[in-house]
Ligand binder design. Structure first.
Ligand code: GTR
Length: 326
């Protein structure tokens, strides 16, 4: 029989459970990434999950669905905005059409070095750009490094602008990237990353552009061996959380997430440096032919891109302040 004392204790336990269900149960948040296991972005988000789990005593866990298990970037971004996916690590490029401020980060030859890029995304400019995600249902937890993107193809080394003529080059689904490749005299073909290997293999496209780790991880060097160091964009990666999931967290947990995001960012950058060097060695061993490029004509050819995308006062001010960042 239930004594009064037991009943009171039970009621207290139940009411506590309804106020703080998370204390008893644990919740697992889902995070998307198109990259395979072991890739620095995937490992950094796993690390984020470990920090969160440790700081919440196991109440909140994170599961990373790598290799595009939850879909390609454009689709997972939509799902994250609507709270179907809680967390997502993506490049900034697929946000360009939705959030114009992000385009500034991918503008050709804007960053002078990786350090310059870090200074921008880690400072007030990074915060300003991160804020621009919020009206679109997303909270930025960190900007990750993505090195510099260079053009690779299956036909020949790209040495001059003349070599770009008539080439079909796959780009990310971003008007900025389409404009960049077209400005160089090639034909840009936007498509999801996951479709690229077979597109290169079947000759649907002649080439693409990316950093060494992405060129290496899904073996694009097997089907497009000429890698030409144009280093035209340093569009960083971004780690975002659905605002719908974020709003369910207590302020204390939100602080834990922000802090874990910072730690994951540092972790990613450390892993990145190593992976970048390792990937270069792997592709060379696998037969990739790497060549230097005289960048001056490529830089000059990008003027129409700036004319098209840096038109508003806001964009002009962002570009000016990025250039002024030392
Ligand atoms: C990679 C980036 C991915 C994706 C990919 C692409 O460098 O890490 O998030 O944007 O490029 O070209 O689609």
């Amino acid at each position: 029989m239930l004594t009064r004392r037991h009943a009171i204790a039970l009621a207290a336990a139940l009411s506590l459970a309804s106020v703080v269900p998370a204390a008893a149960q644990s919740v697992t948040l889902r995070s998307a990434d198109i990259h395979p296991d072991g890739y620095p972005t995937v490992e950094a988000v796993k690390y984020f999950g470990e920090v969160v789990s440790q700081k919440t005593n196991g109440r909140i866990k994170v599961q990373v669905f790598n290799s595009g298990q939850l879909g390609q970037e454009k689709d997972t971004i939509e799902q994250t905005r609507f709270g179907v996916i809680d967390l997502n690590r993506v490049n900034t490029a697929p946000f360009n059409n939705l959030i114009p401020e992000t385009a500034v980060l991918g503008l050709p030859f804007l960053f002078r070095s990786v350090d310059h890029m870090y200074k921008v995304v880690d400072g007030p400019l990074g915060e300003e750009i991160a804020k621009a995600f919020e009206p679109h249902g997303l909270i930025v937890l960190g900007f990750f490094d993505s090195g510099a993107r260079s053009i690779y193809n299956s036909k020949k080394p790209i040495k001059t602008l003349e070599d770009m003529k008539g080439m079909k080059i796959r780009v990310q689904q971003s008007d900025l990237f389409i404009a960049m490749i077209n400005a160089l005299g090639a034909n840009a073909t936007p498509m999801p990353f996951g479709e690229l290997y077979s597109a290169l293999q079947t000759g649907l496209v002649d080439g693409a552009e990316n950093n060494y780790p992405s060129y290496e991880s899904v073996k694009h060097y097997e089907v497009a061996k000429y890698y030409s160091l144009t280093e035209h964009s340093m569009a960083p990666e971004v780690f975002v959380m659905s605002k719908r999931s974020w709003d369910k967290l207590t302020p204390a947990d939100q602080a834990i997430f922000k802090d874990a995001g910072k730690q994951a960012t540092l972790k990613m950058r450390e892993l990145w440096a190593k992976r970048d060097a390792d990937a270069k060695a792997v592709v060379i061993k696998g037969g990739a032919l790497i060549n230097e490029v005289d960048k001056k004509p490529f830089i000059d050819a990008m003027k129409p891109v700036y004319d098209k995308f840096v038109t508003s006062d806001k964009m002009k001010s962002l570009v000016e302040r990025i250039r002024a960042t030392q």
